[in-house]
Design a protein. Structure first.
Length: 131
């Protein structure tokens, strides 16, 4: 049974269906969303949003995995949203502000780590399954 809410959240409103590199598209979309969260609620707003979207994203990803039978469906990009937000958190914690070059560095570093998956990320990616 295909759950529309799970597919909407897992693909983050269809971003996971974009051609080419859906993870990169999702990471790009995460930046203005993080800006809104940060300027609406400060670093606390962003820090609160991370575990909420993480929990909802795990649920959505599990539903999509169960429906498709694929272990890591490319349509699931909610993890890129959460991961990009996590990459931005230390910047706000250090000085309470974000500069454009810090955002750019967080984006490039997150994408590099997500694509290359160096240790220990590769270990977690290999061993942690199911959403």
């Amino acid at each position: 049974m295909k759950l529309p809410l799970a597919w909407t959240i897992g693909s983050f409103f269809g971003i996971g269906r974009l051609p080419g590199a859906p993870g990169t598209w999702a990471s790009l979309v995460a930046l203005p969303l993080a800006w809104v969260l940060f300027y609406a609620g400060g670093i606390t707003g962003l820090a609160i949003a991370v575990p909420i979207l993480f929990a909802v994203g795990v649920w959505a990803a599990r539903q999509i995995i169960w429906t498709t039978g694929k272990e890591d469906p490319s349509i699931v990009v909610v993890d890129e949203i959460v991961g990009q937000w996590i990459a931005l958190l230390p910047i706000g914690l250090v000085d309470g502000e974000f500069t454009w070059w810090q955002w750019l560095a967080a984006f490039v570093l997150f994408r590099a780590f997500d694509i290359l998956k160096p240790w220990p990320i590769s270990m977690v990616d290999r061993d942690l399954k199911g959403g």
